[in-house]
Ligand binder design. Structure first.
Ligand SMILES: [Ca+2]
Length: 277
């Protein structure tokens, strides 16, 4: 196991490049995964059956309301064009087509009410879409969102990527105290040049004290309760969270440099989601 990890670290040194605008490579912690307590796989979806996504695990959020970000797509449900499992992968596909008065369709799958987790390692092996106007995300929201609202429920963005800035992966948390609306969210970016050509493992390690963010085996960011604050406004991460996978089109961030109308369809491929506790 140790030698495998060392080998992975070598591989990463060649594929993960931390530019000067982001984290100096020398400051990235490489030992994170070695120091983890022993964990067991408690849940996974390997996407093995060629069909629609398994409704035991996934539900859909449906609509074209812009999703708080002026996004351009209509999210559909149980529509293979937008979400399907094939060849061992979940495909979430954004398409240019008129649908319910929107000009794009896509899908947003979530585990809310199906399976939710408090603490653990959540990892998703995925290949991202490229192109201006794509905005894929692998992220989590606190299960009390309906009562508490956003951002008090808390949000953990395991991976976000916008097509106009290809190769820059973002890991972020939002809380009532620290959030995007106030421009005080806590996050970090890391350069991963071949996000659209290769599968990478996007993961968090979440404990009562902190959340570490990883690409592949490389930890690139940590948020700590002791730094952000003990109260629920600062640290809402002491409750179950559910996972969301989606590909948005345009929107306040994804569409900041416009949308290339010639590239569609574009999709995110997810090989698996695994959760260890
Ligand atoms: Ca798979």
């Amino acid at each position: 196991m140790k030698s495998l990890l060392a080998f992975n670290a070598l591989l990463l040194a060649t594929t993960l490049i931390f530019s000067n605008d982001y984290i100096p490579f020398s400051q990235v912690t490489r030992s994170g995964i070695d120091s983890l307590p022993t964990r067991q796989l408690v849940w996974s979806d390997e996407f093995n059956d060629n069909s629609l996504p398994d409704t035991t695990n996934w539900k859909y959020e449906v609509g074209g309301n812009g999703w708080g970000n002026n996004e351009l797509q209509y999210y559909t449900a149980r529509r293979a064009e937008n979400a399907r499992v094939e060849n061992g992968k979940l495909i979430i596909e954004a398409r240019k087509e008129v649908y319910e008065n929107k000009n794009y369709t896509s899908a947003r799958l979530l585990t809310r009410g199906k399976v939710e987790w408090k603490h653990g390692r959540i990892e998703v092996l995925a290949k991202l879409p490229s192109g201006r106007g794509t905005w894929p995300a692998i992220w989590m929201l606190g299960s009390d969102i309906q009562a508490a609202g956003w951002p008090r429920c808390g949000e953990i963005d395991i991976m976000e990527h916008v097509g106009f800035d290809e190769g820059i992966v973002h890991g972020t948390v939002h809380t009532e105290t620290y959030n995007h609306a106030k421009k005080t969210q806590k996050g970090q970016q890391v350069q991963v040049k071949d996000v659209a050509q290769a599968f990478h493992l996007y993961a968090i390690e979440w404990t009562a004290e902190k959340i570490d963010f990883f690409v592949d085996k490389q930890k690139y960011y940590t948020v700590e309760k002791a730094v952000l604050g003990e109260n629920v406004a600062a640290w809402p991460f002491e409750q179950p969270f559910y996972l969301i996978l989606n590909v948005a089109v345009g929107g306040n961030w994804g569409g900041q440099k416009g949308v290339d109308e010639t590239i569609w369809p574009r999709h995110m491929e997810v090989d698996y989601v695994r959760v260890y506790q």
